[in-house]
Design a protein around this ligand. Structure first.
Ligand code: NAP
Length: 326
């Protein structure tokens, strides 16, 4: 009998150790953010919603930027119920990153409503989305994950500059590592030629890290720091179109393993939280598991980052201009 008991303890301890290991880093910063305005794109679900709750616990005023405001209102209700604190302010605003006109309207509304914002979290994304062109004629994954955030960030820079310490957090992914320079340029320059979904996603995330790097240089003499973050593998609805996970039978087969090796959204939000709260004001960096990490050599290349910023402006052409639109 004691052999079974000892065996159960060993297996239990090993499982617990594995779950803790895969849960990743935990943000230990105890700073409060009372009244500081933080804008989170795609805040109605997954990592964005979990982050919103963590920030609300620290007193932040939240702007949940969602393409479906009903889902945003549900998230707001959830956050307020969890906190039972009537002093927390949560605003739900419509933002569709697939529409430059929606991004403009959202930004103008924010500029009228707030005099400053402490942080912008560029979190929204799609993965394995059926490929099509947006109303602005860019590929949907590219515009949602990268171009939309590129434009939004420029529109909100004045509000960020008005804050004592502004922060921009770009939510990236380890998927950026699968992309080579050829794919990066090919996908960016030719929006109508559809590609492998994983490459399309990887390009959008590499683009965000390169943007982080170049923007940090352009904002060198300001109060704003900008960093990219890898949340790790997290159980969220981002996999809704991913064949291996949207099939309920395949999902059920993987479920016991996923329970051990995949983070829950609260765990996934830790590195984002860290980037928003840490007293380390380094900028242009890549964080993973609440620590500074090295991105791929392409993502860390200043020359590629600078050229890619120019290429982005070129493909935006007359649709967006950093001089006149901000
Ligand atoms: N989960 C992971 O394993 C993982 C790994 C690495 C990186 N990430 C990154 O983590 C971030 C959060 O993803 P998640 O896992 O939390 O996924 P999620 O639950 O699917 O959240 C994505 C959010 O983006 C929103 N969104 C999609 N298209 C949009 C658009 N056109 N305009 C505005 N919002 C839009 C979604 O809105 P709807 O609810 O209306 O669709 C949703 O709120 C993403 O940047 C993702 O790439 C996730």
């Amino acid at each position: 009998m004691w052999k079974y008991a000892a065996g159960s303890v060993v297996v239990g301890t090993a499982l617990y150790g594995l779950i803790k290991y895969f849960a990743g880093g935990v943000c230990r910063c105890s700073a409060r953010l009372d009244g500081q305005v933080i804008v989170i794109t795609g805040a109605n679900s997954g990592i964005g919603k979990a982050l919103a709750l963590e920030l609300a616990k620290r007193g932040a005023t939240l702007v949940l930027a969602c393409r479906d405001t009903n889902k945003g209102l549900d998230a707001k209700t959830y956050i307020l119920r969890q906190l039972k604190n009537e002093n927390i302010k949560v605003f739900v605003k419509h933002l569709d990153l697939c529409s430059i006109s929606s991004i403009r309207k959202f930004s103008v509304n924010l500029i009228h409503e707030f005099s400053e914002i402490y942080a912008l979290v560029n979190n929204a994304a799609v993965f394995y989305h059926p490929q099509h062109l947006t109303e602005d004629e860019y590929e949907v994954t590219f515009q949602t994950n990268y171009l939309g955030h590129f434009i939004l960030t420029h529109h909100l820079q004045t509000l960020l500059k008005n804050s004592v310490h502004g922060r921009i957090v770009n939510v990236a992914s380890e998927a950026h590592r699968i992309v080579n320079v050829y794919d990066l340029n090919a996908v960016t320059k030719c929006q109508v030629e559809f590609r492998d979904h994983f490459i399309a996603y990887g390009v959008s995330k590499l683009a965000l890290i390169l943007f982080t790097r170049e923007l940090s240089k352009r904002l060198r003499n300001t109060n704003i720091i900008v960093n990219a973050v890898n949340p790790g593998n997290v159980e969220t609805s981002i996999f809704r179109n991913f064949p291996a996970l949207c099939n309920p039978w395949l999902y059920a087969l993987q479920w016991p393993i996923r329970l051990i090796i995949i983070k829950n959204p609260q765990q996934g939000a830790q590195t984002l939280l860290h980037a928003l709260l840490t007293t380390n004001r380094s900028t242009g960096q890549y964080y993973s598991d609440c620590k500074l990490a090295l991105p791929s050599p392409i993502a860390a290349n200043d020359k590629i980052a600078s050229e890619y910023y120019q290429l982005t402006l070129e493909i935006l052409a007359d649709k967006f201009n950093t001089e006149s639109d901000c």
